[in-house]
Design a binder for this molecule. Structure first.
Ligand code: SF4
Length: 418
């Protein structure tokens, strides 16, 4: 299957450096391609294709991201074209022009357990289809994130730019903005707000350019419309409140009861792991990827156990296998392959950044050091984050112990205090 052409995607502004499947980031260990999985959903066939691509074209494993996408590292120059062909053949590249903006997270257990208000999983492909059908939205920044929360509040820590939170079977609250709409309006409202964001950003940049041409001082920052700012709604001067009020009026959104702020969202539940009972008598299994990476063998195993609903990658570097009948047996096999299957697993509490050799800024091979520590001492009692330098990229919010490479060992901080 041909790649559904990439000329516009490749021609887009390089100021937006978020990698895609076709526009790779050149990392210290080779090309890094990010494959978007809206809602984290991936079929068994697609997961097998990704695993094969990682083995044949990349470094041999798959990296799970904090937005429930998958990355292939270590690509040779030009290998992204072969990768594009392979993922297009399994439906993972529906639009080359929009491939980097299909950033959409959804409650991973929605429709699997009964903790949500309503199953939001059908909304994810609908939002993705309509996003790709609007040419103007190809200009969204690669960091712009949509969220579909089924009411359990599990997406709060990801701070999506726009989130629809289920409050009743047919009623969703839009954040930020704090107005409610019917289910049928969720996708049109989110896309209208995204388009309004692009318009507002363009106006700010035009205004800043005019001021500069007239001899003014634009300053170049987010609030002043500089080229490096406004990648997110929260970076607009009014944090997007104006545009969301306009969208609420356009769609006759009703004011939400209570506060309209982020604090009115439910507190995030603990990250799921292990066996989750389903209403139909079957069960789902949530497995943890060691330090956020799946070997080809682990990915292939998961793919073989994917059913009709496929697998769901979570933003917490785990994978949900829904609809299992022999869940105990599958869990044992997963554990034997090195995947975490319960809260006692070290991978429930230990995480690491890329480190050496993938990151040129790294002062240590943090992943090797973390693995060695776990191998020698087992699972720690606290949440631990290993970072290759002071930037601490991707550090989870709830980390208790930080180990930060100094070039001469590690600096240890506890709850942010040295
Ligand atoms: S924390 Fe430092 S070493 Fe780790 S990925 Fe970020 S820049 Fe690289």
């Amino acid at each position: 299957m041909p790649i559904p052409v990439a000329s516009e995607a490749v021609a887009r502004s390089r100021a937006d450096a978020c990698p895609g499947a076709l526009s790779v980031h050149v990392a210290a260990d080779g090309g890094l391609a990010r494959v978007r999985l809206p809602g984290g959903v991936v079929s068994g066939a697609a997961m097998l294709a990704l695993a094969a691509a990682a083995a044949d074209l990349g470094r041999g494993d798959l990296e799970l991201t904090s937005r429930a996408n998958v990355q292939v590292r270590g690509l040779a120059t030009g290998a992204e074209l072969e990768l594009g062909l392979r993922i297009a053949a399994v439906g993972l590249l529906p639009s080359a022009s929009h491939e980097r903006v299909r950033n959409l997270v959804a409650s991973p257990l929605s429709g699997i357990d009964d903790a949500g208000v309503v199953d939001v999983s059908p909304l994810a492909p609908e939002l993705d289809r309509q996003l790709c059908a609007r040419p103007v939205l190809a200009d969204l920044p690669g960091r712009f994130l949509f969220g579909l929360d089924d009411g359990r509040g599990d997406l709060g820590r990801l701070s999506p730019d726009l989130t629809a939170v289920a409050r009743a079977v047919d009623r969703f609250e839009i954040h930020p903005g704090g107005f409610t709409v019917d289910r049928s309006q969720v996708v049109p409202v989110l896309l209208a707000a995204a388009e309004a964001f692009l318009s507002e950003r363009e106006s700010l940049r035009s205004g800043a350019a005019s001021a500069e041409a007239a001899g003014g001082t634009s300053g170049g920052g987010a609030a002043s419309g500089g080229a490096s700012g406004e990648w997110r709604i929260s970076e607009l001067p009014d944090a997007g409140q104006g545009l969301l009020q306009r969208v609420a009026r356009q769609f006759r959104g009703a004011p939400a009861s209570g506060s309209a702020g982020e604090h009115s969202l439910p507190a995030p539940p603990p990250e799921p792991v292990g066996v989750i009972g389903q209403a139909d008598g079957r069960a789902a299994l949530v497995v943890l990827a060691p330090l956020g990476r799946l070997t080809v063998e682990q990915a292939s195993f998961l793919a073989r156990h994917a059913g009709v609903r496929g697998l769901r990658i979570t933003p917490w570097r785990s994978v949900v296998l829904p609809d299992l009948i022999e869940v105990t047996s599958v869990a044992k096999q997963a554990s034997a392959l090195g995947l975490g299957i319960d809260e006692q697993s070290p991978w429930y509490r230990v995480s690491a950044c890329t480190g050496r050799p993938g990151c040129a800024k790294a002062l240590a091979d943090v992943r090797a050091d973390a693995l060695s520590e776990v191998f020698n001492h087992g699972a720690p009692p606290h949440t631990v984050r290993w970072s290759g330098c002071e930037r601490r990229c991707g550090r989870p919010h709830d980390v208790q112990i930080d180990l930060i490479a100094t070039g001469n060992g590690y600096r240890r901080t506890e709850n942010g205090t040295t």
